[in-house]
Design a binder for this molecule. Structure first.
Ligand SMILES: [Mn+2]
Length: 150
């Protein structure tokens, strides 16, 4: 998967991060937002987050963040700094209204969203339940190997 190509093919893009957004969440979502605004001016891009703390007011684009989900279709919806569905809950409807989704994250639960990449909406529900099963197996294996090493 080429993320730059995916972004380049989309005309309407949404971006979100986790609830109670902190520095890496606000910084990464606005970083991608500003990148798209600069390089793809014809693209309609929006950041959706809960209201960030005033300490981030110096960041470019901070005043354009939307605090509530919009009922519209997205060609692409990007989740940054988050890989748990319950932590993007305020904007879950946006995620579900997207043809394609991308998740870029550094948390251990990344498999939950990472495996939804390149799936269309009709596939998401099916895969979501499969992922939970796969994740459980993977975690059990990790725990087993940690136990054996000790
Ligand atoms: Mn964070």
């Amino acid at each position: 998967m080429n993320i730059i190509e995916e972004i380049g093919h989309a005309k309407v893009i949404g971006i979100t991060g986790h609830i109670r957004p902190d520095g890496d969440c606000v910084g990464s979502t606005l970083g991608l937002y500003n990148y798209i605004r600069k390089n793809l001016p014809e693209c309609q891009v929006t950041v959706y987050l809960e209201k960030p703390s005033d300490e981030f007011n110096y960041l470019s684009g901070i005043n354009e963040i939307k605090y509530e989900a919009e009922d519209k279709h997205f060609d692409l919806f990007v989740v940054l700094d988050c890989s748990s569905m319950d932590r993007i809950e305020p904007f879950m409807s946006c995620f579900e209204n997207a043809d394609r989704t991308i998740c870029i994250d550094h948390h251990i639960a990344i498999i939950h969203l990472l495996m939804l990449i390149l799936l269309n909406h009709s596939q998401v529900q099916h895969v979501r339940s499969s992922i939970q099963h796969l994740t459980r197996i993977k975690l059990i294996r990790m725990l087993q190997s940690a136990y054996i090493q000790e």
